[in-house]
Design a protein around this ligand. Structure first.
Ligand SMILES: O=C(O)CCC(=O)C(=O)O
Length: 218
């Protein structure tokens, strides 16, 4: 389960929590505190949807596509690794809730290290993420340190032996949890090679989340 961190804690606390849990929940930070911690974690990653400083404003504008999935729509956003279609997804993802509604848009997570703990490396290495054009990316990012990518939606799906892919889907679902108490001014930072994220459907258009990706090591 995720650590919860309040203002005034050091970057070392954030790193320690990421090593232990793969995710840290942050309460009551200003956006600039959040931006600084993300920049200290590693090099800011330039997402194609981001502004020149690397910040993406995630708002529902009715867009659903292969790059962002349902991220910019009102629909539920299934659990995924950010930039899972790229050869090497960035290591860290932070999402700051600039305007979080009282209902809907609840952040959702699963720790892939826990979900896949009972599966052999041999099995995991038989599974890929495949898109509609047949492009394929391996589920296992690095076998020596249990890091993975995951996405399973209309654009990119799990591919491999049927029983195995269904076991993986079940394992992720069983290990998933929502964090309904995250409010405006709260944020999460996660190890994008270990913890997948998503959110429940949005019930209105008022939600604003700010995303920063960073590349680095723990
Ligand atoms: O809107 C959210 O809560 C998550 C957004 C998301 O998954 C992303 O920015 O990659």
């Amino acid at each position: 389960m995720a650590n919860r961190i309040r203002p005034g804690v050091s970057l070392q606390h954030v790193r320690d929590a990421l090593v232990t849990d793969g995710i840290v929940l942050v309460s009551g930070w200003e956006f600039e505190d959040f931006r600084r911690v993300m920049a200290e974690l590693g090099d800011i990653y330039q997402h194609p949807d981001a502004d020149p400083t690397g910040v993406t404003r995630v708002v529902p504008d009715n867009r659903s596509d292969a790059q962002s999935g349902h991220g910019f729509s009102l629909l539920e956003l299934p659990l995924h690794t950010d930039r899972s279609s790229t050869p090497q997804p960035p290591r860290f993802l932070g999402l700051y809730l600039a305007q979080q509604p009282d209902v809907g848009g609840v952040p959702k997570f699963a720790d892939l290290r826990l979900a896949f703990a009972g599966l052999s490396q041999h099995d995991l290495e038989q599974v890929n993420l495949v898109n509609l054009r047949g492009r394929s990316r391996p589920l296992v990012l690095a076998s020596e340190n249990t890091s993975y990518r995951y996405r399973d939606d209309p654009w990119w799906t799990l591919s491999g032996p049927t029983e195995l892919t269904s076991t993986l889907r079940d394992a992720v679902a069983i290990n998933s949890y929502t964090v309904p108490w995250l409010r405006t001014g709260d944020a999460y930072i996660l190890d994008n090679h270990r913890v997948v994220h998503g959110r429940t459907e949005l019930l209105g258009t008022s939600r604003v989340a700010m995303r920063i990706l960073a590349d680095g090591t723990l």
